[in-house]
Design a protein around this ligand. Structure first.
Ligand code: F6P
Length: 620
């Protein structure tokens, strides 16, 4: 008997299956996928989405304005400035015409109305029957009732007090030689990770009171790496587990892995654990029953991707010494500006206008986000979820009668793809294609006027600093792209501060909300993500059936090696033979006591059995 090699290779050592408990059953959240009902009057009688851009596409076909004087006038006419925030939005390098703007006006009126109703507490997420209240987080008096207002204010106070107590050493880890918490390990995924990651990269001081690390995947090697990097500092690590639902499999797995590391280090996990989750979720109940150090709420009416200004983002930020009240103030000022019903005075609406123009209102071009500042590196990653999970939708919001007298929403397959990294680094990666290659994108430059901490600047050649180069690279790229008819928006801030970061987050949150209204979709649910989670659950369930079948055959005397067809038949899923092959290959590559005979290159020749019969095994 030879065990096969290559991807099918298994360790020749016979091993027992590791203890399967706690059960790896995935706790899948259920989202209603029935047709969304309209709960508030969001649209006037409008032409179908994207028709407007198409109707006036003649303007785009003519090419962009190239006369420098006319361009300067366009720049000045359209420049948006928020004086208090020191933030500018320049849309002059997007070629929309006045005609397009006036044709879009009714659509914007409807969008402004929808945003107003949303802020007043309408069920703006009809599929999930939820309000959408992230704007109240930075202006609690806007919450639709005093109960919600008090919840927001109390949570903010509790977050600030807890963070102060941890930073000052009043709350200590039980067995750390340092006598205070020095590290944060944040476990969460998607909206429960991306905001804190972006903000940490953007704003954490060089020597924060607590340094932060993330477990944002169910990759065991990645988790091992984080734990290894912490080393003995695990004893002074505050573990923050973030999950709105409290049942996301990746987050649960991260928690179990970290708890195991604590056990192995002889540490008492509950004394160092903090949960941020919805009240009474699985995570909340676990944390309560086990007596974790602290629990903070996530609200039903705040979505994961818009949760940065809730405890999700504020607690990790405060623990790193970031001024969270300033973040909230920046977001609140931006929200105020975005309530303007005059398009030119509303920066989020200006972004939405450009997105609509550039993508024909159907996502025909990708959004490339290019911050020319290292600390904003993760902004594009953060926006990727905010934009794509919000706008990437199959159906629109209006249920229309069909020939079978049913109400059906139209299939629209909306969305805008987002990618990006940072300038000028990317000029040496993909700007070549943006300048000369396939024209399937528009760019948003994020410009930061202040180059570095005052007092540190010097001229590395006469009259020119290092920051001048960065500035030159941005301006040069913007011009070079435009010269080749590639449109761009530029968002400029004075400095990367808690206030401007709060404002940037608020700017894009509102732009996404407005754009969703323009194209008439629900920006606040994510039914598509459920399909992948459900399929993953099915794969793991099949793996258990495969194990049960193999175990039964391996307990026979003599052991009965099975072909893949045998395994598939005995699992009663002959059609799933390919998945069974992949399951067996994966287990074999991970020392899971699978013995496989045959040739790797010819899956039909493979016969498998377990290295050991486990009479007590239960793979249910
Ligand atoms: O916070 P939770 O419930 O663990 O969810 C994490 C992420 O999973 C999603 O539900 C789907 O990927 C996101 O919307 C969310 O941010």
């Amino acid at each position: 008997m030879a065990s096969i090699s290559g991807i099918c290779s298994s360790s020749p050592t016979l091993k027992k299956f590791p203890n399967q408990s706690p059960s790896p059953t995935l706790s899948l959240r259920k989202h209603r996928v029935s047709l969304p009902a309209r709960r508030f009057n969001r649209s006037l009688s409008l032409a179908p989405p994207h028709a407007v851009a198409r109707e006036v596409s003649g303007a785009a076909a003519k090419g962009l304005e190239k006369d420098p004087h006319a361009l300067w006038r366009r720049y000045v006419d359209w420049l948006y400035q928020h004086k208090e925030l020191g933030l500018y939005v320049d849309v002059s390098r997007v070629g929309f015409s006045d005609e397009f703007v006036s044709q879009m006006e009714p659509r914007f009126e409807a969008a402004f109305g929808a945003m107003e109703e949303l802020e007043k507490g309408a069920i703006a997420n009809p599929d999930e029957g939820r309000m959408v209240g992230h704007y109240w987080l930075r202006d609690p008096k806007r919450a639709p009732n005093s109960f919600l207002r008090t919840q927001i204010e109390n949570t903010l106070d509790a977050v600030s007090e807890f963070a102060n107590d941890v930073v000052s050493g009043k709350i200590k880890p039980p067995s750390s030689p340092e006598g205070r918490f020095t590290q944060i390990l944040s476990i969460g995924i998607g909206g429960s990770a991306l905001g804190p990651q972006f903000v940490a990269e953007a704003l954490a001081p060089d020597n924060p009171p607590l340094k932060i690390r993330f477990v944002d995947n169910t990759d065991p090697a990645g988790i091992d790496h984080q734990i290894a990097q912490l080393g003995p500092e695990l004893a002074s690590t505050l573990v923050i587990v973030i999950s709105k639902s409290g049942g996301t499999p990746e987050t649960r797995n991260g928690l179990l892995e970290v708890q195991k590391a604590f056990r192995e280090a002889g540490l008492d996990f509950p004394k160092q654990g903090v949960a941020i989750t919805q009240e009474n979720s699985l995570l909340d109940n676990t944390a309560r029953i086990e007596g974790w150090l602290a629990r903070f709420p996530m609200f039903d009416w705040v979505g994961g991707r818009t949760s940065e200004m809730s405890a999700v983002g504020l607690l990790p930020a405060a623990l790193q010494g970031i001024d969270i009240r300033e973040m909230l103030a920046g977001a609140s000022l931006m929200d105020e500006a975005n309530r303007s019903t005059v398009l030119r005075n509303n920066p989020a609406a200006l972004l939405a206008l450009c997105w609509y123009w550039a993508t024909d209102g159907v996502g025909s071009k990708d959004m490339v986000i290019l911050p020319y500042k290292d600390s904003l590196l993760l902004f594009s990653r953060y926006l990727q979820q905010l934009v794509m999970e919000s706008l990437g939708k199959e159906f629109d919001l209006d249920a229309r009668p069909t020939s079978e007298s049913r109400l059906m929403n139209s299939v629209v397959n909306q969305g805008i793809s987002v990618y990006g990294n940072k300038g000028s680094t990317d000029q040496h990666a993909y700007i070549q294609q943006l300048r000369e290659g396939v024209h399937n994108f528009f760019v948003t430059f994020i410009e930061v006027l202040r180059d570095r901490t005052p007092g540190h600047d010097w001229e590395l050649e006469p009259g020119v600093t290092c920051g001048d180069y960065l500035f030159g690279m941005l301006q040069g790229t913007r011009s070079a792209l435009y010269a080749n008819n590639r449109e761009s928006i530029t968002v400029t801030v004075q400095e990367v501060t808690p206030r401007t970061v709060g404002a940037l987050i608020a700017l894009y949150e509102r732009a996404v909300g407005i754009y969703a209204s323009l194209v008439n979709i629900n920006a606040y649910h994510q039914p598509g993500v459920e399909a992948g989670k459900k399929a993953a659950g099915e794969v793991l369930a099949l793996q258990k059936r495969v194990l049960a079948v193999l175990n039964e055959a391996s307990c026979k005397e003599p052991v009965e090696p099975l072909t893949l067809e045998d395994v598939a038949d005995r699992c009663h899923v002959p059609e799933d033979i390919e998945m069974i092959y992949k399951i067996i290959t994966h287990m074999a590559a991970n020392d899971r006591a699978i013995i496989a005979e045959g040739s790797c290159g010819s899956p039909r020749s493979i016969k498998v059995f377990l290295g050991e019969c486990n009479v007590d095994a239960s793979y249910a």
